[in-house]
Design a protein around this ligand. Sequence first.
Ligand code: KG4
Ligand code: ZN
Length: 368
Amino acid sequence: MNILGIETSCDETAAAVVKDGRTVLSNVVYTQIPLHVPYGGVVPEIASRAHIEKISEVVRTALAEAAKAPDPDAGRIDAVAVTYGPGLSPALVVGLNAAKGLAKSLGVPLFGINHIEAHLHTPFLAEPDAAAESPLDPLKCMPALGLAISGGHTTWVEMPRYGVYEVVGQTLDDAAGEAFDKAAKLLGLGYPGGPKVDRIAREYFESCGASRPDLIPFPKGRPREGVTALAGLPAECCVSFSGLKTALLRYVQQNGGAEALAAAGEIPRVVASYQEAIVGAVVDRTRTALRRGSFKAMIVGGGVSLNSRLRTALDETCRREKIQLLMARPKFCGDNGAMIAALAYYRRNKAGAEAMRLDVAPSLDFEP
Ligand code: KG4
Ligand code: ZN
């Protein structure tokens, strides 16, 4: 079964064709980042307009590339899947409307897909040329602990069975990606901040060689027990990055501002310390969540899972906890249509007439 997946929840216009929920026949991502750079963040109206301008071309290219695959049925589309939330409303609506039109004109069913759930499916994506790679069966990796870590989410979910989600921890304020992006903006590093912070911190650690890095002790984002924002979740499985952000702001102010820090060559040490606080918090809460349950695997998805320090730290933690770590290859970590198409094959929960009636759901969360 070949599914065309469409994704327009934020600043990437993406479409892909995936066979049987795993084999990626094509995966086209048009990134709007250069359009948003002058504003230091995603501007919803600009995102929406760019999606409108690009969606037809991106879908056409995805279909054409899939049709070139050696599979004799590669040119056939059996269903269309689309992100309907969470995300920016004016951006989501472009993909949803395009997908409805395509499903109708092709005479195939439509599936509505939850973007964060799709991120947690990315470790199961395989490419046709990756013959050596034995594809993982998501159904056989349960029960699992999932971590969705992106620009909008930092959420830990227990997955007792595939497609069943029980939130066990989350951020009480900013998502990890947002925390990276805001720090980068404050330090004058530009947008998007995550990749820049990652590179600068990596270079800082490399420059330390064998000597111990001289890190600033930023707070590690542990919420206090009993605060109402926990909404009944255990504090030991949640993070809060607002204190960290304030600590960074105070540090910058006390040291004469970002320009003074840059002139003193201090930015790499500040960035590495800040990243270390986020990674430390995420790894600590992950370890706690793992120890609270009994899992076969740890599944990590979302743009922040590209962070090289986080990848290494999660790998070390899962080795120590003797649990299999399933993390997408970097090309599938950011927003893409392949994860939408792949999840649709397994989930099929918002389908057909119900999907055709779907409206965008900007605040969609994990559905139990
Ligand atoms: O999943 P994604 O592409 O979009 C959302 O669903 O939000 O995630 C985007 C987020 C941004 O905040 C971006 O700064 C962050 O992922 N990000 C990173 C890295 N690459 C992207 N954060 C840390 N390190 C990275 N290498
Ligand atoms: Zn995403």
